[in-house]
Design a protein around this ligand. Structure first.
Ligand code: NAP
Length: 257
């Protein structure tokens, strides 16, 4: 079988760690050249930087670019870096932050930071890539929301707001960019084992994990590779007629009781 993403170039934000790292490795194994756009090169979970790992385990090209997604110019530079490989075909707006909050105590600075990374980063990441894609053969933009972008949660009011926004931005972008040959879709992961759920909000490896898992019909937490497989589908021609769609990757958690 020929590789699913041969001759494609992907820019993936937050790809030094977690879901973004798994997406980058999966895409590279399917032949895509990759720009890793992150604020730090070292993976949060340890190990070789993603671009070095891709160099050693695939024939694909990979490069790292310092990119804070809350900066529009950083995002434009990340998309420009893809020119070295032929220009961006696939943009994955994956970088995000997650923490709980006590709604009555959230201050403007905390709110703004999460909005800047999760929402503004997605908005201008998509815009930077789309500017290039409309001048070429179109492309695929994949945004990372969450199950928290589908349902409200008392302890995560700000995060739910950001991820709900990412969902609706995706649908509106699909409406706007579809005629230009650009598909825009969104992934809603459930509980995925990354540093986000082992450290930022401690669920994995704690007593809370078992409670969560009992609410998941597949009876396990997801792995970054589960998210990467969904992203591969949305990046590839297999999803050629899928546009403005939400793909929920949660082991059945959201649609069941
Ligand atoms: P992760 O392991 O923390 O990885 C996120 C990566 O993004 C890190 O390398 C992080 O760098 C980077 N990053 C943070 N702020 C950034 C910024 N301003 N600019 C560029 N890069 C930045 O998290 P993850 O679990 O892979 O999450 C990836 C995406 O999946 C997020 O959008 C998240 O909301 C979504 N998601 C995750 C889960 C889950 O259960 N894990 C569930 C639903 C949705 P630093 O280490 O330096 O911060």
């Amino acid at each position: 079988m020929s590789p699913m993403l041969s001759d494609r170039v992907a820019v993936i934000t937050g790809a030094s760690s977690g879901n973004g790292r798994a997406i980058a490795r999966r895409f590279a194994k399917e032949g895509a050249d990759i720009v890793i756009a992150d604020i730090q090169e070292e993976p949060r979970e340890g190990g070789e930087p993603t671009h070095e790992l891709i160099d050693s385990e695939t024939d694909a090209n990979a490069t790292y670019v310092d990119c804070d997604v809350s900066s529009q110019s950083d995002l434009e530079e990340a998309v420009d870096a893809a020119e070295e490989f032929g220009g961006v075909d696939v943009m994955v707006n994956n970088a995000g932050i997650f923490h709980g909050d006590e709604f009555l105590e959230v201050d403007k600075e905390t709110y703004d930071r999460m909005m800047d990374i999760n929402v503004k980063g997605t908005y201008f990441g998509a815009q930077a890539a789309a500017k290039r894609m409309v001048e070429s053969d179109g492309g695929s933009i994949i945004n990372l929301s969450s199950v928290a972008g589908l349902e409200g949660s008392a302890d995560f009011v700000t995060y739910c707001g950001t991820k709900g926004a990412v969902r609706l931005l995706t649908y509106a972008m699909a409406a706007n960019l579809g005629p230009e040959g650009i598909r825009v879709n969104v992934i809603h992961p459930g509980l995925i084992e990354t540093m986000m759920t082992t450290e930022d909000v401690e669920i994995m490896g704690t007593e809370a994990e078992e409670g969560f898992v009992q609410g998941i019909p597949s009876r396990r937490a997801g792995q970054p590779e589960d998210v990467a497989d969904a992203a591969l589908y949305l990046a590839s021609d297999l999803s050629g007629y899928v546009n403005g769609e939400s793909l929920v990757v949660d082991g059945g958690m959201t649609n069941t009781q």
